[in-house]
Design a protein around this ligand. Structure first.
Ligand code: FMN
Length: 538
């Protein structure tokens, strides 16, 4: 399949729209082998039409002007899919692209046809198989209502209903690295559109995603105004750290409000400037002075913040590398994306990945239930306990269909079934089997702290931004410590169970062995918050 991309932006490859067109072609060509030709209009020697109509009478189908338009027309006829890519300029196409469109006159015949209200000309060539796509970004917050002239022109030129469109407002955001979460997400939707177009047409679901604003109007307009770096009232240049703080504040998500104002103090250590963002119920306020007591204070060079914001380094990696310091309440840091996340992923329903196994949550409870059944059941009666445990294993494996199974779930099921079968075959060995089961359980937790992802990380990641937490070195470090702590607890449990089982206190064992983990659970909850905060404050 031949694709011709006509890049009509005067910015050439630096065009915002070009990014969308590239994503579209990527999606398209993933399914259909394609040959792609690109025309960067600004680089072409394409002169304006002189209106002589020679291409209609003296030299039918041929223009008298000698320039690169001849080559362009040949490529146009060669293409199965033509993509018109441009930024909106005064509610129409940029002038050089308009020049190119005027010069397409040789492709039309001079005669009048009455298939349109306003009149039109038939085409000289058979264009029936050719598919056309218009991809454009514009600078205002929405594309809605801004493309009237463009549509009128293409309706006449390509025929009403003969082309597909992707129009996107807030186009300048595609060059703002700091917002790549959201713009990449949008480019993903454009890629899906390309793929669907290759297979027939853009689905309603993708269309809805394409028509969703990149950011709400108010957020976008605040960021856009701040991006010029000049004061609205005086026109004076603003401090870049203040501009950066304002842009970050604009991303504040009011829905994250927890019933109490948060004062976030930004201390830019390299330029010795401090600003505060007050996160309130109904919005935010950026302060240059009259500071309140901070809830959370971040001390870092502006350059590090910019690197984090643009994705050059992750915030958590920067923290692990001790590139910034956090004082005060750490809750804001743990839930940063909830407060300032620039992705719409949460609201973009119908994300294609929704049903994938990765989106299913893990469940520590389901992993633990068979072990607990074994420890309690077999301690009371080895036969009945073992049968009940096997039944519980079967039941949990059914419930597991709704959850994501980790390697530890598989090992756990196998181990518990193994211990249960052993208890059935060797009921006299329960005094050994019970401590051995505690030991295996503890060994699994301890050994997991040597793995890339320690055991507890699999189960607690859902509270820390899901899978992305697994790339967070501090999160992994915290969980390595916790996995080891739990592992040691159960190895110790195996030792005292072994020695105390025949003793007079053995009847209390089940109680002790089930109460201690409750305290360990409380410790875990506390440690998960305390340790990262302690690390960051250094
Ligand atoms: C001369 C000029 C005229 C523009 N006219 C409009 C306009 O009428 N409506 C609009 O929403 N944006 C307008 N814009 C903003 C561009 O459409 C926007 O920056 C777009 O993302 C540029 O796309 P590109 O990088 O692909 O060229 C204009 C920009 C320039 C430079």
């Amino acid at each position: 399949m031949n694709i011709l991309l006509i890049n009509g932006s005067p910015k050439g490859k630096k065009s915002n729209t070009y990014k969308l067109s590239q994503a579209f072609i990527e999606g398209f060509s993933e399914h259909i082998p394609t040959e792609i030709e690109e025309i960067t209009v600004r680089e072409k020697d394409i002169k304006p039409c002189i209106g002589c109509f020679s291409c209609w009478n003296k030299t039918p189908g041929k223009c008298v002007i000698k320039d690169e338009m001849k080559d362009m027309l040949e490529k146009y006829l060669w293409a199965d899919v033509v993509i018109w890519s441009f930024g909106l300029y005064y509610f129409n196409v940029p002038s050089k692209l308009k020049q190119l469109i005027d010069r397409q006159l040789p492709l039309a015949l001079p005669f009048m046809v009455s298939d349109s209200e306003t009149g039109s000309h038939p085409t000289r060539y058979d264009m029936s198989g050719k598919r056309q796509v218009i991809i454009s970004t514009c600078g205002f917050y929405t594309a809605k209502g801004n493309y009237g002239s463009v549509n009128t022109m293409f309706d006449h030129f390509l025929g009403k209903g003969n082309y597909e469109t992707i129009y996107c407002g807030q186009g300048e955001l595609f060059r703002v690295g700091e917002l790549h979460n959201r713009t990449d997400e949008y480019l993903g939707f454009v890629k899906n559109a390309g793929e669907e177009f290759a297979n027939g047409g853009i689905s309603e679901q993708t269309r809805e995603q394409l028509d969703t604003l990149l950011f709400p109007r108010e957020v976008f307009e605040t960021m856009a105004d701040a991006s010029w770096g000049i004061e609205k009232e005086t026109g004076k240049k603003e401090d870049p750290a203040y501009v950066f703080t304002k842009q970050m504040a604009a991303l504040y998500n009011k829905n994250s409000y927890q019933g109490k104002d948060i004062v976030l103090e930004m201390d830019y250590t390299d330029i010795e400037k401090t600003y505060q963002i007050i996160l309130k119920k109904d919005g935010y306020e950026v302060r240059k002075d009259n500071f309140s007591d901070y809830t959370t204070k971040i001390e870092t060079p502006l350059s590090v913040w910019k690197d984090i914001a643009s994705g050059t380094i992750t915030g958590t990696q920067a923290m692990a590398d001790k590139l910034y310091r956090v004082q005060g309440d750490f809750e804001l840091m743990l839930n940063w994306n909830k407060y300032f996340g620039s992705s719409n992923a949460g609201t973009a329903k119908n994300n294609k990945q929704n049903n994938s196994i990765k989106d299913k949550g893990t469940s520590l409870l389901l992993t633990l239930i068979p072990w607990i059944a074994y420890w309690v059941g077999v301690a009371i009666d080895s036969y009945i306990g073992a049968f009940i445990t096997i039944g519980v294993c079967a039941l949990t494996s059914v419930v597991f269909f709704r959850y994501r199974k980790t390697v530890y779930d598989v090992i756990s099921s196998a181990a518990v079934i193994g211990f249960s079968v052993a208890a059935l075959l060797l009921p006299d060995m329960v005094n050994i089997l019970l401590p051995a089961s505690y030991f295996s359980f503890g060994a699994m937790w301890s050994v997991s702290c040597l793995a890339k992802i320690p055991l507890t990380a699999w189960y607690s990641m859902k509270n820390y931004n899901g899978e992305t937490a697994l790339e967070n070195p501090l999160f992994l470090r915290t969980n390595r410590i916790l996995s080891l702590a739990w592992g040691i607890l159960y190895i110790c449990t195996s030792v005292w169970t072994f020695f105390l089982m025949g003793s007079p206190v053995s009847s209390y064992l089940a109680i002790i062995n089930n109460i201690i983990p409750i305290f360990m659970g409380i410790f875990t909850k506390w440690f998960q918050n305390w340790y990262p905060a302690h690390f960051a404050s250094k």
